[in-house]
Unconditional design. Structure first.
Length: 227
């Protein structure tokens, strides 16, 4: 079992931030290129009647969009307290939206109330061993609830997909130009589909999102439903 110290605190500390209320994004983004790939519709129909959980919300842009534009009831968690403080500064007044500082596994295992949809945008999925995280997610989803997530594409910059499902050593680029090591579980579409199926999910769709003018995809979005 791999334990990794999070570099995300340093990333948050170095990231620019404007205090005070912020405008809500008009579109939910799953990748690094705005306007590419799916939007909020992949989370399910009638979002205004659904309870959503975001794992790794950062400064809260997507959660605020879902609560304010779609009327969803959103709980958004992140393990970095700086990010939650900023999310509350920017969007804390939105109806149906709450931000919490909490580790993803601890939150999932520590409660019983189910969610209709759980999602992650470059968040906990891929940074925690799938055999630990995915069963914990399934436990907190209603029957036929959706799990949707985006991760860095395993073939970005011409890489090859790790053949054995073990985590790959990667790096997080910080705003100051330095890099911090981290471990990522990087699966291709077939790998995620098989892994999800083993823990009780039925894959619904996948999107490989390219960079502008790039030869290789940069982001991978996976949609699934709990069986």
């Amino acid at each position: 079992m791999i334990y990794q110290a999070s570099p995300w605190h340093a990333y948050a500390e170095q990231s620019p931030h404007t205090p005070g209320p912020s405008p809500v994004a008009r579109r939910m983004e799953w990748g690094t290129r705005p306007g590419s790939g799916p939007d909020a519709h992949v989370l399910g129909p009638a979002l205004g009647s659904r309870r959503l959980l975001e794992l790794g919300c950062g400064s809260g842009h997507n959660a605020a969009h879902l609560a304010s534009v779609h009327g969803a009831d959103v709980t958004a968690i992140d393990s970095v307290e700086i990010q939650i403080r900023r999310a509350n500064e920017n969007y804390g007044s939105a109806q149906g939206l709450r931000f919490l500082t909490c580790d993803a596994l601890r939150f999932l295992r520590g409660g019983a109330m189910p969610f209709d949809t759980i999602y992650s945008v470059f968040g906990a999925v891929g940074l925690i061993a799938p055999e630990r995280l995915l069963p914990a997610i399934a436990r907190r989803l209603r029957a036929h609830g959706r799990l949707v997530f985006s991760v860095p594409h395993p073939r970005r910059r011409g890489r090859s997909t790790p053949p054995d499902g073990r985590p790959r050593q990667d790096f997080l680029a910080l705003p100051d130009g330095t890099r911090r090591p981290l471990a990522r579980w990087e699966l291709d579409v077939a790998g995620w589909s098989a892994t999800l199926h083993r823990v009780g999910f039925r894959p619904l769709g996948a999107w490989e999102l390219p960079a502008p003018g790039g030869e290789w995809p940069t982001s991978l979005v996976i949609s699934s439903r709990r069986m």
